[in-house]
Design a protein around this ligand. Structure first.
Ligand code: SAH
Ligand code: SF4
Length: 408
């Protein structure tokens, strides 16, 4: 396994400005970064505070795509801003809508230098009866090679900037028309209280969010700003494979909900499935959960458990899980394994998943099986892997086949 974390943003020598072409985009930025760019663009100091709150409102509440739409910003300043910045979002490479209303977007991020064509990430919108959840990516690919996860096999890896995480939410809201005066698209979750179609965020897309903690924290700050996107901290869930040292800071500094990718009830098996376990074993992980800041009966930690046939799905393992979670405010989420080409695993039989869930139900946990969504568009957990990567793999495979056949 590759254990090394990518450099955290805090440790990077210089923050990378969010470039879209040669002008920075304002979309996805924190107040501090936006203020710095306004200063850079020459907006006088005495005006800056007021301009910042105007821009903030237009960008995050109204979803403005042009400076010219900002009717209360002086025309002269609008023209000036156009020369210095944009309101560009990442490019949508592909949009897919599943028969069940799930939507998946493949986004291309701005190139970061000569020869870079721009990395791709995916985000997925899952409308349910009581919520509209956006599953966002925190990295391009992932350095951790969990043996059952497709993202972990991706070669190209980099941390997303905070703005690139927030921009995924902006794109989803754009495409759903999730702004004042909106008409809901078919299949979207429409809250009765006039709230947002995107009501919840889960960091369960590509990447390990706690290997990019500083950017994830900054992004959560923007997402929860009370004058901006206004998402509730309780409706943001960060899923981790178990980067123990960053779990307490996550709770203390962001107030986000925590999900743990558990997947095994003993260290030997977890070492194999979730290799970061060799560094942070189950006992340390559970201790971090027991003391997670803000955890309570009403704010439980979700334990994710992928159901792998003949690997981790025996009833004695279900009982072991119940025992080991005793004393922790926990919810359990059983995830039917989503197969991908080349995987060595199979999903447990449905009857076995039900038996497993009954043991958990009898121990007092409610409805623990996660219904797979968007299977027809490969939007399910662990299936996110950039298309460029997939195309390269396909091309490699074709080449290998040709070489084996002795043709060119
Ligand atoms: N890196 C983080 C978050 C992204 S993965 C983490 O590991 O928690 C989100 C969830 O999908 C995790 O629980 C992960 O274990 C699970 N997952 C990965 N591949 C899967 C697959 N093929 N089928 C089902 N769940 C999978
Ligand atoms: Fe990375 Fe999570 Fe996949 Fe493991 S399950 S490889 S941590 S994205």
């Amino acid at each position: 396994m590759t254990e090394a974390a990518l450099p955290d943003a805090e440790a990077s020598p210089a923050p990378i400005l969010p470039l879209a072409g040669d002008r920075p985009t304002f979309v996805g930025l924190s107040r501090e970064r936006l203020a710095a760019l306004l200063e850079q663009a020459g907006v006088p100091e005495k005006e800056r505070r007021m301009r910042l709150s105007q821009l903030w409102h237009w960008i995050y509440v109204r979803g403005a795509q042009e400076f010219g739409d900002m009717t209360n910003v002086a025309r002269q300043l609008q023209t000036h801003l156009v020369q210095h910045a944009t309101l560009a979002r990442p490019e949508i490479v592909r949009e897919q809508v599943s028969a069940d209303g799930t939507r998946k977007w493949v986004l291309r991020l701005p190139p970061r230098g000569v020869g870079d064509r721009g990395a791709e990430v995916e985000c997925v919108y899952i409308p349910e009866r009581d919520r509209g959840t956006l599953c966002v990516s925190s990295q391009v690919g992932c350095t951790l090679n969990c043996s059952f996860c497709h993202t972990g096999t991706q070669k190209l890896v980099r941390n997303l900037e905070a703005w690139e995480i927030v921009a995924q939410v902006m794109v989803a809201r754009d495409r759903l028309g999730d702004y004042p005066g909106r008409t809901p698209p078919e299949g979207a979750f429409v809250p009765k209280d006039g709230g947002r179609f995107v009501s919840n965020i889960v960091f369960m897309g590509m990447g390990e969010p706690l290997y990019n903690y500083a950017n994830v924290r900054e992004a959560i700050g923007v997402l929860t700003d009370p004058q901006g996107l206004q998402l509730s901290r309780r409706k943001i869930t960060v899923s981790t494979s178990g980067v123990v040292p960053d779990i307490a800071p996550l709770g203390a500094e962001t107030g986000a909900m925590l999900a743990i990718s558990l997947h095994a009830t003993n260290d030997a098996l977890r070492d194999e499935l979730v290799p970061i376990n060799r560094k942070y074993p189950i006992a340390d992980l559970l201790e971090a959960c027991r003391t997670y800041p803000g955890v309570s009966n009403a704010r439980r930690i979700t334990f994710e458990y992928v159901m792998l046939k003949g690997v981790n799905d025996s009833l004695s393992e279900a009982r072991a899980m119940v025992r080991m979670l005793r004393g922790i405010h926990a919810k359990i989420n059983l995830i039917p394994f989503n197969p991908w080409p080349g995987t060595q695993y199979e999903c447990s039989d449905w009857a076995q998943i039900e038996r497993f869930s009954e043991v958990i139900f009898d121990a007092g946990y409610a409805s623990p099986i996660r219904t797979p969504r968007g299977r027809d568009i490969l939007a399910a957990c662990g299936q996110l892997k950039s298309d460029t990567e997939k195309m390269r793999a396909r091309a490699r495979l074709m080449l290998e086949e040709q070489l084996a056949l002795g043709t060119d």
